[in-house]
Design a protein around this ligand. Sequence first.
Ligand SMILES: Cc1cc2nc3c(=O)[nH]c(=O)nc-3n(C[C@H](O)[C@H](O)[C@H](O)COP(=O)(O)OP(=O)(O)OC[C@H]3O[C@@H](n4cnc5c(N)ncnc54)[C@H](O)[C@@H]3O)c2cc1C
Length: 377
Amino acid sequence: MKKRIVVLGAGFGGMELTTLLSESLGDSVEVTLIDKADSFVFGYAKLDVLFGREPPEAVHLPYRDFVKPGVQLRRETVTAIDPQARRVTTDAGAYEADVLVVALGSDYDFKATPGLTPGRDEFYSVAGAEYLREVLPKFTKGPAIIGVCGAPFKCPPAPSEAALMLHDYLTERGLRSNCEITLVLPLSKAVPPSPETSDALVVAFAERGIKFMPSRRIKALDAKRSVAILDDGAELPFGLFLGVPKHRAPEVVHQSGLCEGDFVTVNAQTLETKFPGVYAIGDVASQQTPKAGVFAEGAAKIVAASIIADAGKGERPGPHLGRGSCYIEFGAGRVARVDVDFLSGPKISGAFQAPSTQLRAEKQTFGSSRRLRWFGR
Ligand SMILES: Cc1cc2nc3c(=O)[nH]c(=O)nc-3n(C[C@H](O)[C@H](O)[C@H](O)COP(=O)(O)OP(=O)(O)OC[C@H]3O[C@@H](n4cnc5c(N)ncnc54)[C@H](O)[C@@H]3O)c2cc1C
């Protein structure tokens, strides 16, 4: 009987993992990939949709184009996970696994921020980015807030990118001098692992008159008064609110007993959970790296190599080193890059490359290379 590998979630982590398994093991194993959505959207594409750089329909990559030998992609919703028995229930059936990989990403915990409405006050969901794209043209004067409701959150530079992109958006429309922009961030620095990146962002904020409030989070929104309430009780009025909700593993993962706190506890080097044969990768896990696609991919590589080694087809992997590069929109068409290293040395490090148009091209290649690898186009 073929080994049964069940992967939950076809995001950055799930797609890279199953692609690697397909490349090395083909149909010598039975790989089932389960996702409730009909298409994939790159996280950064939400910023492009929000600021009108891409039409919403252009950023959806349909899963029907994800075709890999040996991999069955099922469009189903996972409703229960039994990690002890490695059994998964969906709205369409049940799966028994020899190896189970949970890659269900991060969900948003709207209850944690009273007054924050899903799909309206936040740009971290596709629905929210699409809704706010229609709101932006109506904002012509007054205070705008980019407000983060809790850490950790996906792609730590993204709220800073949103502030810089909002500055450009308002400038291009001749409205910038009528508006104030404030960024509320529950981190001590814009990009904590890289002081150089954080300093460059602080300079960029100052040059553009963006008010930066680090070490603060949005505690609640009072929509009637159009006021954001911060964790220290301060109140900030707004005419436009672009929020980042508090993150949490999906409810089905919490119910499985895999979580401690908001996310799944894993061995950061191997991505194993406390249940034999059960791994968790990417945003769903506390993998001691930021929540970003590039680290979900890095974790997928380690788990794929372990499964491939177990099948006698390759070397056993070393530990996950938690290295990755993130691209940061700096406005005016330029992109910067930070290369971070979380787990390989005694200290976390982050090297900065200043914004340039060359790095914009590199970011485009980051996206197009994944698109080609996973979707064949
Ligand atoms: C504004 C923004 C900008 C970003 N920019 C970058 C960037 O520049 N670079 C970068 O590397 N990262 C970026 N990210 C972060 C990146 O998108 C995520 O970290 C990455 O997608 C995480 O990958 P994952 O595989 O863990 O989860 P995901 O890609 O989120 O995939 C999880 C999958 O699980 C599925 N799922 C969830 N629950 C269920 C269920 N019950 N049943 C079935 N399926 C389910 C979902 O449909 C989803 O497809 C950005 C994110 C945002 C919001």
